[in-house]
Design a protein around this ligand. Structure first.
Ligand code: FMN
Length: 393
């Protein structure tokens, strides 16, 4: 790929040459574009040497059209680090120097920002609003991370590691899913026992919400059908959220849109069973007696979609296995007519229900196998979307 690395005036600019070095080592052609303030932190000589190309810094040099020729040359513009100022300017369409003019000339799906700043600047309502606006337009954002900051405090604001930035470049789809509609299910289901009690599970919905975001960032319109969760809707206008409670409600919501979708990723933890009878009043305690609940099977949503899958549709399921994990997941993939199955690990600390991180193995119907390391659920979601988009199933 042809990649422009934009550098703005933050202390993390000293890591930009490493981003450039890793990109070139991975076989990409790189041009650097730096703001005047960035050149207070890292020199022109360093950037030109590591990229092997002249720096773009002067809007009026080379006849003043380099922002257009660079935009046409670049498959992606990565800004690392991206200052609060650069983010604010892009969210407002301000183009008052070489890099900001290039950014405004570039389609949002082709831009990746790696913000780096003091925690207060990152949490400022203006920055939060600006990042949300940029995401809603399709700009991708990697990091920032928490840790020691240059200002001497600990907190969120550190630029993502150069290696994570390079992985994020592979992860963004540059709008390849635009004009596609995808379905995602998330969260648990609640199966009613009586008017105040239910059978549920510990699923938080975080993985499904991250998948919806990753698909929307790749340009797709997403129907996010979610069981009960405290999560706020991702701030992307292309995500349409439908709230449901039980497995049967989830099936109805899913069947209503599946025929129109290019694909579906079903990550919800759907209850296999529900009480055979659901009392419409609170069941009273009966003396010292126990209570026996009769359970009946719920519909299998994944298998239902697998049976009605048409040519060209992609169906992705999740599996949570404790024994013979890959063999059982492969059997499920075949039985339910899936294209991919994502095997969740419960053995690794930091993976599975409730936590912010996950580790998965993705198995494809044609024998493909991909492993994510232990990553944030957002990074795992980007990995899954990348595999689905690029893999020969
Ligand atoms: C020593 C120093 C470190 C700075 N670090 C950051 C930073 O990490 N992130 C940030 O958003 N701004 C940082 N700033 C402020 C920016 O340099 C300032 O907002 C500048 O206008 C950004 O210009 P640019 O976005 O055109 O490069 C820093 C300023 C100084 C003097």
């Amino acid at each position: 790929m042809n990649i422009v690395v934009g550098i703005t005036g933050g202390i993390a600019a000293y890591k930009a040459p490493e981003v450039v070095r890793l990109l070139r080592r991975a076989g990409h052609a790189v041009r650097c574009a730096a703001t005047d303030h960035a050149l207070q932190f890292v020199t022109r000589v360093t950037l030109e040497t590591v990229s092997g190309a002249p720096l773009y810094n002067d809007l009026f040099a080379s006849g003043g059209t380099e922002h257009i020729s660079l935009r046409e040359w670049a498959d992606i513009v990565v800004v690392a680090p991206a200052t609060a100022n650069c983010i604010a300017k892009l969210a407002s369409g301000i183009a008052d120097d070489a890099l900001s003019t290039l950014l405004v000339a570039t389609e949002p799906h082709h831009v990746l920002l790696a913000p780096a700043m003091n925690s207060g600047m990152w949490r400022h309502p203006a920055t939060e609003r600006n990042v949300a606006i940029l995401r809603s337009w399709g700009v991708s954002v990697v990091g920032p991370e928490s840790g020691a900051l240059a200002c001497g405090t600990d907190g969120i604001g550190r630029m993502a590691d150069p290696a994570a930035i390079v992985s994020a470049i592979d992860g963004i789809g540059c709008g390849v899913l635009s004009s596609q509609r995808w379905l995602v299910t998330a969260g648990p289901t609640y199966e009613k026992i009586d008017s105040v009690r239910f059978i549920g599970n510990y699923s938080s919905g975080k993985m499904g919400f991250a998948l919806a975001e990753a698909l929307a960032e790749a340009g797709a319109d997403v129907d996010l059908v979610t069981g009960p969760t405290s999560l706020a809707i991702p701030s992307l206008p292309r995500i349409h959220r439908v709230d449901v409670e039980s497995a049967r409600e989830m099936l109805a919501a899913v069947e209503a849109v599946w025929g129109e979708c290019h694909g579906a990723i079903l990550s919800a933890a759907v209850a296999d069973y529900r009480p055979a009878e659901q009392a419409d009043h609170k069941i009273k305690k009966q003396g010292d007696e126990g209570l026996t609940l009769q359970l009946v099977q719920n519909p299998d949503i994944l298998a239902t979609l697998g049976r009605s899958k048409r040519e060209g549709q992609t169906l992705v399921g999740f599996a949570l296995e404790t024994d013979n994990e890959e063999a059982n997941a492969t059997a499920k993939l075949r039985k339910k007519n899936l294209d991919f199955i994502v095997l969740n690990s419960l053995r690794d600390a930091g993976a599975g229900f409730g936590v912010d991180t996950n580790k998965v193995t993705i198995l494809g119907a044609k024998g493909g196998r991909w492993e994510s390391g232990l990553m944030t659920k957002r990074e795992v979601a980007q990995t899954i979307v990348r595999v689905i988009m690029k893999a020969e199933v």
